[in-house]
Design a protein around this ligand. Structure first.
Ligand SMILES: *Cc1c(COP(=O)(O)O)cnc(C)c1O
Length: 361
């Protein structure tokens, strides 16, 4: 058997050179004579490794000095609950723009902690587009504005940064972290789980403008206080050390790919190739998302008859193409084209799709 092209939505494919390096140094890491998994997070070797990952991330994303970078546990879901607690008091109100499943989850996780308002929602349209900004009901006094730059399940992605005036943007970038250059200074908070674009599950990244922390006026348990985590370099308790180390390797790999600009160009080529194959299939394959909001990372598509889904998936798997089954809420197929998916993988997918279509006559 050999490794296949893995289109899983998450946890997702990792760069092969990263896995090979992790394998080679799994038993003895550096000069430790033990695995990176087996040593103290407070020892100099791991502290250096953690700091280097943060430096590389800051360099790759261009994170300004007035932002803290946190490496947390709990996933994006936990972060979506901790951020409301940390960014404002219980009497404050926060705006949420809903463009899919994860925005809905985020507002559910905020409701217990402050007032929430839905600025606009794409739900009535089946999450196929971003509501026109001219229709957004923005609150100029909102503590923050939350949105999901890339909705992983429905494949809806912002190709612009919302303009909310002085209201800080809080963005769940779980499925598009470091997939292209982003102007971090436009955001109050960028957060996301690592398991789509940056590494294995278990590590959550939060990049927070420093002045937004510490004004919640709440009596928070220290472990839930992100300002406290920042003061402790994300080591108030044991961080997910192996995931942190592996994210560090992925960041080094991203540098060999031309950084955010280089990987962004490759991601654009991959998405163009797949959408081209879908749109050029004479209607056999279909993606229903408004063109301007089509995701570069997650491409849901449908066959002309759901009865073809099972043979499509079985034959794709036999051809070495994994993880193409669509989310149960959407059905059909979904191909996730995160950073670690090589262009050859997308080429193999579109070749298979053309072949499958022709075999259907
Ligand atoms: C996967 C995903 C999540 C959920 O992440 P967890 O780490 O499982 O909590 C949240 N938001 C987006 C956009 C996602 O893609």
């Amino acid at each position: 058997m050999s490794r296949a092209f893995n289109f899983s939505a998450g946890p997702a494919a990792l760069p092969e050179p990263v896995l090979l390096q992790a394998q080679a140094e799994l038993l003895e890491w550096g000069s430790e004579r033990a695995s990176v998994m087996e040593i103290s997070h407070r020892g100099q070797a791991f502290v250096d490794c953690a700091a280097e990952a943060e430096r590389d991330l800051r360099e790759l994303m261009g994170v300004p000095d007035d932002y803290v970078v946190l490496f947390l546990q709990g996933g994006a879901t936990t972060a979506s609950a901790l951020l409301p607690l940390n960014l404002a008091g219980p009497d404050a109100s926060a705006d949420y723009l809903l463009t899919g499943h994860w925005g809905e989850k985020a507002i559910e996780n905020a409701r217990a902690s402050l007032h929430t308002r839905v600025v606009a929602s794409g739900k009535a349209g089946g999450w196929r587009d971003i509501p026109d900004p001219a229709t957004w009901d923005l609150d100029p006094k909102a503590a923050y504005f939350h949105y999901t730059p890339n909705e992983t399940i429905h494949g809806v992605e912002f190709r612009f940064v919302p303009d909310t005036g002085t209201v800080p943007l809080v963005a769940d970038f779980s499925s598009s972290l470091l997939s292209e250059p982003v102007d971090v200074s436009r955001f109050g908070v960028i957060y996301g789980g690592a398991q789509k674009n940056l590494g294995p599950a278990g590590l959550t990244l939060a990049i927070i403008r420093r002045d937004l922390l510490g004004h919640h006026g709440r009596d928070l348990p220290p472990i839930f206080d992100l300002g406290n985590q920042a003061r402790n370099d994300s080591m108030f308790n044991t961080p997910p050390t192996f995931a942190w180390y592996l994210v560090g390797l992925v960041l080094k790999w991203l540098k060999t790919q031309g950084g955010a600009a280089g990987i962004g160009a490759a991601n654009a080529r991959k998405a163009a190739l797949l959408y081209g194959a879908i749109d050029g299939s004479g209607g056999f394959y279909r993606n229903d998302v408004a063109h301007a909001a089509r995701s570069r990372m997650n491409v849901p598509f449908f066959l002309p008859d759901a009865a073809l889904d099972t043979p499509f998936l079985a034959q794709a798997q036999a051809a070495g193409l994994l993880g193409l089954k669509g989310h149960r809420a959407v059905g059909g197929m979904r191909a996730s084209l995160y950073n670690a998916m090589p262009e050859a993988g997308v080429q193999a997918l579109v070749d298979f799709m053309a072949d499958f279509r022709h075999r259907q006559g």
